[in-house]
Design a protein around this ligand. Structure first.
Ligand code: M6R
Length: 596
């Protein structure tokens, strides 16, 4: 999704700060980029393509100015072209605007402005903003008033930043799209996400919806859109800029896969008392839910499907919903607690589902990785998974940490019979994941099946969401067809697709009834000559029917899902690597999906 960076107070370095900030936002996904610097003049450079294309364009002409804004665009209105790249300008080329989100009434505004004689150069919704500002300036408003007046006319979601020629300030506003201020001793920053300026400062102010900020070299001022002063607190981010580098790994995804043991330890730290068999999530207050709805998208939805089973097993009616469906056709909520599972805390579909739930009187809880995110701030309660920043578009460590966090939550709000065993399983989990990272033969499997056109993943119970997640990882970074099924469903249709050319990954741990039945499904697949890769701890006899085995350590059944999934992450990673795919930024995808 789009990214914003702004900077005031770094005379002579503004351009470098902006381009560096944009490179730190690349992980969000984008297809064009640009910058605008304002001093006595306004200087703009923008181009379709990657940050390196922008750098090349900047070599020919280097804009200068004391304040500046930059943007990475992920197309929503109009294709990725130089013209559609941000910043967008007014007719006089004196106002530059960058914007994240979607302006829902842009067509009406554009018609009105065109009729009044404004000339549009792009297909974007954003371009109405500089023209609205131009009109307000022409009517005599001062720069700040002009921006406020323009923003007041917008409907939809936006994080907007504006610079103007002859004005040494940045104006910014947000509604439904994140914007954060960064403060260091000599300069001020604005961004859609902290990594954009984290190399310069760890002191941040999260803007809320409806707030307006003015930033210059001497400081910042936050008000409501109507101009009422707002007191903001300065937070300190608790992760290191190093954590956003690749630390010698070829890809962020691989680095993040390897960070899982540490991320899991962080998630558990201070929250479990193994001796007492208790979990301490006192900061969440008393939740005591009678029912639970989990809303989420993509990988987070798979964690939600897993968690719904935990709550059900503990006797609480629980169901996982795709957030995009829940937002527009929610089921009766009654007095259910609605839990939004979202790594970023900014996914538009999930926020929309949570807002719908709140509108209907439900209590909400965000299970998120991002402190200060919209989900964390808007929900009644927030539980952090503490995985650290995840830069690769493919979610890896955050899935594992979501599973760990949701296990803690289930222990805290239900009385599970074997709490001590679960806690000890969770305590052993980081070590079990490390064992897989040290011994995995996933690369060999990738070598064997890299040319397959289609992959299937099957699992039952807590391994069903792992089958879904294994398939999602495979398809998003290899661009190959992959599907996950509940193992028992294969014979109800998908088995027709199974041939000697479709590798089937079967997740089977333990030797209980679920394992036995899944082995039965593996036999059905084997009988159709499909190559079988068993992800197994060796407790069942699935290996007899498998062509390859990916071993997982013997763990508590609740955490076996995480370790099995790590093997599948590695298979997807190595397959994509061998195919030369853009692993950290797969085509068409964005890290944070801030549109519905
Ligand atoms: O930030 P969220 O957890 O709300 O994101 C939801 C999905 O967009 C996300 O999990 C997506 O499916 C993954 N990046 C895929 O690897």
């Amino acid at each position: 999704m789009c990214g914003i960076i702004g900077c005031a107070g770094r005379d002579g370095e503004t351009l470098d700060v902006l381009v560096h900030g944009l490179s730190k936002l690349e992980y969000r996904g984008y297809d064009s980029a640009g910058v605008a610097l304002a001093g006595s003049d306004l200087d703009v450079c923008k181009t379709a393509g990657e940050i390196d294309d922008l750098r090349a364009a900047l070599e020919e002409r280097s804009p200068s100015g004391s304040v500046g804004i930059g943007h990475t665009r992920w197309s929503t209105h109009g294709p990725p072209t130089d013209e559609n790249a941000h910043p967008h300008l007014d007719c006089n080329r004196e106002v530059a605007v960058v914007h994240n989100g979607i302006i829902e009434n842009y067509q009406a505004l554009r018609d009105e402005l065109s009729t009044a004689g404004h000339e549009f150069r792009s297909d974007t919704d954003t371009e109405v903003v500089p023209h609205l500002i131009e009109d307000a300036l022409a009517d005599g408003a001062d720069p700040e008033e002009a921006v406020r007046e323009a923003i007041a006319r917008l409907e939809g979601s936006y994080a907007v930043s504006v610079v103007m020629s002859g004005v040494d300030r940045i104006f910014a506003a947000r509604n439904d799209s994140p914007l954060v201020l960064g403060i260091d001793d000599e300069a001020y920053y604005l961004a859609s996400d902290v990594p954009a300026f984290r190399d310069h400062t760890d002191r941040v102010i999260y803007l809320a919806d409806g707030e307006f900020a003015v930033v210059d070299a001497d400081g910042y001022r936050v008000t409501t859109l109507d101009g009422e002063p707002v007191e903001k607190t300065v937070d300190t981010v608790d992760w290191d800029p190093e954590e956003t580098g690749k630390s010698g790994y070829d890809h962020f995804m691989l680095k993040e896969i390897h960070e899982q043991p540490r991320a899991l330890r962080q998630c558990l730290r201070g929250r479990v008392d193994e001796l007492a068999g208790q979990v301490d999530l006192a900061d969440l207050g008393d939740l005591s839910p009678r029912g639970i709805h989990l809303v989420a998208c993509g990988t987070s939805y798979h964690a939600a499907v897993y968690a719904a089973q935990l709550f059900q097993q503990a006797g609480i009616p629980a169901q996982a919903f795709l957030a995009s469906e829940y937002a527009t056709s929610p089921p009766p909520i009654g007095d259910a607690l609605v839990i939004g599972v979202t790594q970023s805390g900014e996914t538009a579909d999930t926020l929309s589902a949570l807002r719908e739930a709140r509108k209907r009187g439900a209590r909400t809880l965000a299970v998120t990785n991002t402190v200060g995110s919209t989900a964390a701030r808007e929900c009644d309660h927030a539980m952090y998974i503490r995985a650290g920043p995840e830069i690769g578009v493919a979610a890896t460590k955050t899935f594992s940490s979501q599973i760990a966090a949701l296990n803690l939550l289930a222990l805290a709000i239900t009385s599970v019979g074997d709490a001590r065993e679960v806690i000890s399983g969770l305590r052993d989990l980081p070590g079990a994941v490390q064992e897989i990272l040290d011994t995995s033969t996933a690369r060999k499997i990738a070598e064997a099946y890299r040319d397959a056109e289609s992959y299937f993943f099957i699992g039952r119970g807590l391994h069903y969401p792992v089958a879904l997640e294994g398939a999602l990882k495979m398809k998003e970074i290899t661009y190959k067809h992959a599907e996950g099924f509940a193992a028992g469903e294969l014979k109800h249709g998908p088995l027709a697709l199974v041939t000697q050319d479709t590798p089937v990954f079967a997740i089977v741990t333990g030797d209980d009834e679920q394992a036995t039945k899944t082995v039965g499904n593996v036999k059905e697949v084997e009988a159709r000559d499909a190559p079988v890769v068993a992800v197994t701890d060796g407790a069942s006899d699935v290996e007899r029917y498998a062509d390859h085995v990916l071993e997982v350590p013997d763990t508590h059944r609740r955490v076996a899902a995480v370790v099995a999934n790590v093997q599948l992450q590695l298979v997807a990673y190595h397959t994509a690597d061998m195919l030369g795919r853009s692993i950290d930024k797969p085509r068409n995808l964005a890290k944070s999906v801030t549109v519905e």
